[in-house]
Design a protein around this ligand. Structure first.
Ligand SMILES: Nc1ncnc2c1ncn2[C@@H]1O[C@H](COP(=O)(O)OP(=O)(O)OP(=O)(O)O)[C@@H](O)[C@H]1O
Ligand SMILES: [Mg+2]
Length: 348
């Protein structure tokens, strides 16, 4: 873990909706967090909790219609990105903030060589001759550990394995030396060994370039291995926020506890049953009243306060560690296990 530097990104009360035939989907419902230089911020939560939309909203990538950012700010180096026009956003995107998505195949152009695609990205964001850009592409491929980079730059995306394609995406994202790299499930499509290598690469990149990383994943092990700060999302809301040790070792929200106890652990006896969280995430069109998590919560007291009052995200127990639970103190006293990092990326 590195010392954090300047505040880069400050997201406040972000709300993003989708208008669908079935009703209004509140995909992101009042989310706030900060990202500092040199810092890895992990966003975790079940599928559909709003992790990707949170990131897409900042980058102006929410399709409108059906999507709409209804309120909030995303202040990047002093400038609010929400509501910026497309031209201004394009300058930030790829240049100062770069994104790596889950499925590299859909983000790469199948008819151009990988080297050309990285070089184009370089030329889009900095002054460079064709030759310089091509050279930079080879350097970047080398940096992300693609063997025989010069030769491989002339290959097409389909000629790469999944792990190597993800490296290409990371090379492309890093070629403009972004201050923030948003990695949305960067390893989900990869097998475990390759996953560990890509995470190690991200960690190395962070150390070498001092860029910040916003790491979005449903894999708590990945976050435990890499993140400095963690934001836990449930049904479009941030339910817990704090440093990784605080959130994992002194969880204050029952949902975080549930995520942790549904993880397989290497140090438990074989045959120990996993304890999945009961029930399913709610519809984002018809959220339960009060605390959205109450129907699944072992700590819930009904009707009051859990069904009647929505708990605010607040630092009620420990400074710097916020949870949206009426019984945060009680939850933090409950005895649970923290995840063992699922990667080798936690080595200092
Ligand atoms: N274009 C869209 N139209 C309608 N609803 C959408 C659209 N994009 C996302 N949503 C809804 O917004 C909610 C949040 O989606 P999001 O993709 O952010 O989830 P996620 O946490 O990233 O999940 P996953 O782990 O599966 O990637 C979901 O309920 C999803 O159905
Ligand atoms: Mg997603």
């Amino acid at each position: 873990m590195t010392e954090p530097g300047e505040l880069l990104l400050s997201v406040r009360d972000l709300r993003t909706e989708f208008r669908t035939d079935a009703g209004v989907v509140k995909a992101v419902d009042g989310v706030s967090y900060d990202v500092y230089e040199n810092e890895v911020v992990g966003i975790v939560g079940e599928s559909g909790s709003g992790k990707s939309v949170t990131a897409m909203s900042i980058m102006g990538l929410v399709p409108d219609p059906p999507g709409r950012i209804t309120s909030g700010q995303a202040v990047w180096k002093g400038r609010d990105l929400i509501g910026l026009d497309d031209k201004a956003l394009r300058g930030v995107r790829g240049g100062e903030i770069a994104v790596v998505f889950q499925d590299p195949m859909s983000s790469l152009n199948p008819v151009h060589t990988v080297g050309r695609q990285i070089a184009e990205m370089v030329r889009l964001h900095r002054r460079a001759s064709r030759k310089q850009a091509a050279e930079r592409a080879v350097e970047m491929m080398d940096l992300v550990g693609i063997p025989q980079a010069r030769r491989r730059a002339r290959s097409y995306p389909h000629e790469f394995s999944g792990g190597m394609r993800q490296r290409v995406m990371i090379a492309m994202a890093l070629s403009c030396e972004p201050d923030l790299l948003i990695a949305d499930e960067p390893t989900t499509a990869l097998d475990v060994t390759i996953q560990a290598q890509v995470l190690e690469l991200l960690q190395e990149v962070k150390e070498r370039t001092s860029s910040a990383i916003l790491l979005i994943t449903h894999d708590l092990g990945v976050v435990a291995g890499m993140a400095d700060q963690v934001l836990v999302m449930y049904a479009g809301k941030a339910v817990e926020r704090g440093s990784a040790p605080e959130v994992f070792h002194r969880s204050q929200h029952p949902y975080t506890l549930g995520l942790l106890s549904s993880l397989p652990r290497v140090d438990e006896d074989a045959g120990t049953r996993l304890r999945p969280i009961q029930g399913t995430p709610p519809s984002l069109i018809h959220l339960p009243p009060g605390c959205s998590f109450h129907p699944r919560c072992p700590f819930a007291r009904t009707p009051a306060p859990c069904v009647t009052d929505e708990p605010p995200l607040e630092e009620a127990v420990t400074p710097g560690h916020a949870a949206a639970c009426h019984f945060a103190e009680e939850v933090s006293a409950a005895d649970v296990l923290a995840p063992s990092p699922s990667s080798s990326a936690d080595t200092p």
